[in-house]
Design a protein around this ligand. Structure first.
Ligand SMILES: NC(=O)c1ccc[n+]([C@@H]2O[C@H](COP(=O)([O-])OP(=O)(O)OC[C@H]3O[C@@H](n4cnc5c(N)ncnc54)[C@H](OP(=O)(O)O)[C@@H]3O)[C@@H](O)[C@H]2O)c1
Length: 388
């Protein structure tokens, strides 16, 4: 079903809040997402959706090799330029290095492939999609496993980062950043980079029920622009990212109450919070298929729609009396990226994220892995009720 309405009045892109990267580059706060949640029907439709999002005023497009549609998005960009909706230099195009290409020899060819498919000479931002080189086949189920999965090993990541630096030096990408970094992996990266090659952006899961306030503050304090994905709680995310524990942001009673009191819709309330948090220093990415939603998702980045009272009802005010509505409702647990020892400490929800298995070198990990195997054997032989 075509939900696009080309008679809808566009938004003036100059009214959309801009975030400033350390080199002074302006990046529109709101980005149009292009992940189709592994829905095959959306692969081809994405071309018209992206053209429409540009027509309606989006200037920041969030792409990735893993979404398997950069060619489609590239056609959309070319079409939008041809139709006179935008000039290339007015667009901010971001793409991501997929985990499968986290080998030093694959990084530059992978970026060149993205550029070719997107039909561009330069990317405005290129980010490493995940700190871990573990990958699943696109469309895989929640129990998919990769036999070669490893934890975060800093020396391996830095070899990838050297190639990211080369891409920046060559001008193929203007800025380099990361996605899904933890506090510890980012501390290591900052320790080993300089003013030229430090990451300036980190894309991460952020929505009203999963605010990650400390991590957001850490990035801002280190001149890294944080930007949130799944900003609406990703109601159509793939099955591998659905768990019985999950709550829905757009159905939370406080979100519904604020929507009623302010005259906004629940998604507008979620995105208004994303727009206003940290005095509008955090970006957000949202995806939608219909003109009405594409437009309203961008509109929230043009004005402060929430009163202070409503904003604090979601965000809290830093006191224990008003903690806001964050429930640590992480949607992407990332179990498809788990390595053999990942489950040793903590709940599955946190295993990828709790920084308990971060290694400087491969050798350090091998030592740990060897000891963990011996430990597990004894645990299995002696524990009354071994958690699986
Ligand atoms: N870096 C990463 O690891 C990572 C991970 C996940 C996502 N991302 C990026 O972030 C983007 C956004 O994430 P997402 O698409 O999973 O989640 P999302 O933007 O939170 O949710 C998108 C879904 O919400 C619905 N929606 C959008 N606007 C709406 C509105 N105004 N009212 C009601 N429903 C609305 C859409 O429905 P319809 O489809 O029916 O329009 C769409 O299915 C992705 O497309 C991708 O670019 C990055």
């Amino acid at each position: 079903m075509n939900l696009l309405n080309i008679n809808m009045e566009p938004i003036n892109p100059t009214t959309v809040t801009q975030l400033v990267l350390p080199d002074g580059t302006l990046m529109p706060q709101a980005a149009m997402g292009t992940f189709h949640s592994d829905n095959p029907d959306l692969v081809e439709m994405m071309e018209e959706i992206v053209v429409e999002s540009i027509r309606l005023g989006y200037r920041h497009i969030d792409c990735a090799t893993a979404y398997q549609n950069e060619e489609v998005v590239g056609r959309a960009i070319a079409k939008a330029i041809k139709l006179g909706y935008v000039k290339r230099e007015e667009l901010f195009v971001l793409s991501k290095l997929w985990n499968k290409h986290m080998n030093p020899e694959d990084v530059i060819p992978a970026c060149e492939d993205s550029l070719r498919m997107l039909g561009l000479e330069t990317l405005d931002m290129y980010v490493v999609h995940w700190p871990w080189p573990n990958f699943h086949v696109p469309g895989s189920a929640g129990d998919a496993k990769n036999d070669h999965a490893v934890p975060y090993i800093h020396e391996s990541f830095m070899k990838v980062w050297e190639k990211m630096t080369e891409l920046k030096k060559s001008g193929k990408v203007r800025n380099i950043g990361t996605s899904n970094q933890t506090r510890k992996t980012m501390e290591l990266l900052l320790r080993d980079t300089n003013d030229f090659n430090r990451p300036v952006y980190n894309q991460m899961e952020l929505h009203p029920l999963f605010q990650q306030q400390e991590l957001v503050n850490f990035f801002i304090d280190n001149q890294i622009v944080p930007s949130g994905y799944m900003s609406l709680g990703s109601p159509r995310r793939p099955g591998r990212d659905r768990f019985a524990e999950h709550q829905e942001d757009m159905l939370h009673p406080i979100i519904l109450q604020i929507a009623k009191e302010s005259g906004m819709t629940p998604p507008e309330v979620c995105l208004a919070w994303a727009h206003q948090r940290e005095k509008s220093k955090v970006g957000y990415v949202a995806m939608a298929e219909r003109s009405e939603w594409i437009k309203s998702n961008l509109m929230t980045a043009t004005k402060n729609g929430l009163s202070q009272k409503h904003f604090e009802a979601i965000n809290g005010d830093g006191t224990s009396e008003n903690p806001g509505i964050n429930t640590n409702n992480r949607l992407i647990w990332g179990q498809v990226f788990f390595w053999p020892e990942a489950r040793l400490f903590g709940h599955d929800r946190d295993a990828l994220w709790n920084d308990t298995q971060i290694f400087e070198t491969k050798e350090d990990y091998y030592k740990f892995s060897f000891a963990a195997a011996a430990f597990y054997k004894i645990w299995k032989a002696t524990a009354v009720d071994l958690p699986l």
